[in-house]
Design a protein around this ligand. Structure first.
Ligand code: SF4
Length: 353
């Protein structure tokens, strides 16, 4: 199948057109000014599911605060999460931190060039492995993400369903055959850049595309029908009450989330699934959950927070501590909240304190 796809495909000319365009037109991004595999690694992790403009300040902060593998390895995980606060998908930060520690302990602080070793680090999947190997070590390795699959689906008229995990393997095999051996870094980055800036999902700018002459989908006028993929699943909605609880000293109750699952190890105000509260009696539920008597006061406001697979429908309520029979919660002054990593949803709730 791959042989058929690549028949009559002038991949050498494609390489040249793509690389020339990339080198003349690439956006000046901070991680493009370095070959340091550690910094490229940070940027690639941050860029997963996240817009370039959002990543830039975080990348700059990490580069300045943790300039080397050793600096990050020595940092406390809570500090890393605090610095990642607002960027979302916090498991990326936890995995990065634990992999960086592994690099120090196992590889003497040097990011391994060996593909197997690189790919065995926590949080480094096939895409990130290929991106670091090609960009930092100039190895002709594929780095297949959604942008790359979109571009190549169109150029080569590939109709396999890109939502199937096995389809990525097909793209990897193709790229092994057509990647530039001399400049795999610019080749891979060129594919990514083309997908991000020209060959967009809904309205590809074919008129200004450097590889238009190679593009079979454009030739047939079906570029917007590719790539083939499943429709995104509808997110499920979960309703919660978030409780802004103050004690008599005016301190606010917070708690650390469990060390696994969504937003692991991040901090939050106590919250409960609304459908778990019998007769809407928050006080009763709160006593059962935390051993603390509270007085619910005002309902302050409602908002939604959207994750990739869930929507949190949040109702923020204010409450006062009456009696504390446990120390399940941590009470801190409002000014002290800044020391704890919170997810964006709870930062929004914080505004109403
Ligand atoms: S010609 Fe159009 S569809 Fe083909 S790669 Fe370029 S932008 Fe994408």
């Amino acid at each position: 199948m791959i042989k058929n796809l690549l028949e009559k495909f002038n991949y050498l000319q494609f390489q040249q057109d793509l690389i020339t365009w990339y080198e003349e037109n690439k956006r000046e991004l901070p991680w493009r000014q370095t070959n340091d595999p550690y910094l490229i690694w940070i940027s690639e992790i941050m860029l997963q599911q996240t817009q370039v403009d959002t990543v830039i300040p975080y990348y700059n902060k990490f580069k300045e605060k943790y300039p080397t593998v050793n600096d990050m390895a020595q940092a406390d995980e809570q500090m890393i999460l605090k610095d990642w606060e607002g960027l979302g998908y916090y498991s990326r930060a936890r995995n990065l931190h634990s992999a960086v520690k592994e690099v120090v302990n196992k590889y003497g602080g040097v990011v391994p060039k060996d593909l197997k070793q690189l790919g065995s680090l926590k949080g480094i999947g096939p895409y990130t492995q290929g991106a670091i190997a090609s960009i930092a070590f100039n190895k002709p390795e594929p780095a297949v993400d959604g942008n790359v699959m979109r571009v190549l689906s169109r150029v080569l008229l590939i109709t396999d369903n890109t939502s199937d995990a096995k389809t990525r393997k097909i793209f990897e095999e193709i790229i092994y055959k057509i990647i530039s051996q001399d400049n795999p870094s610019s080749y891979n980055q060129g594919l990514m850049e083309l997908g991000a800036t020209v060959c967009s999902p809904r309205s590809p700018n074919c008129l200004h595309c450097p590889v238009r002459n190679h593009c079979r989908a454009h030739d047939k006028g079906i570029q917007t029908e590719l790539p083939i993929k499943n429709k995104a699943k509808k997110q499920r909605v979960e309703k919660y009450d978030v409780i802004l609880l103050r004690n008599k000293n005016g301190e606010v109750a917070i708690e650390k989330r469990p060390n696994h699952g969504l937003l692991a190890n991040m901090w939050q105000f106590p919250m409960v699934r609304t459908d778990q509260i019998k007769n809407e009696n928050i006080e009763e539920w709160f006593y059962a959950a935390y051993g603390m008597k509270i007085n619910k006061q005002e309902e302050l406001y409602k908002f939604k927070h959207i994750f990739s697979h869930i929507i949190w429908d949040l109702r923020v309520v204010e409450a006062e501590l009456v009696k504390e029979d446990s120390n399940e919660l941590t009470f801190v002054k409002k000014e002290g909240l800044i020391d704890y990593p919170f997810s964006v949803s709870h930062i929004k709730a914080m505004r109403y304190l």
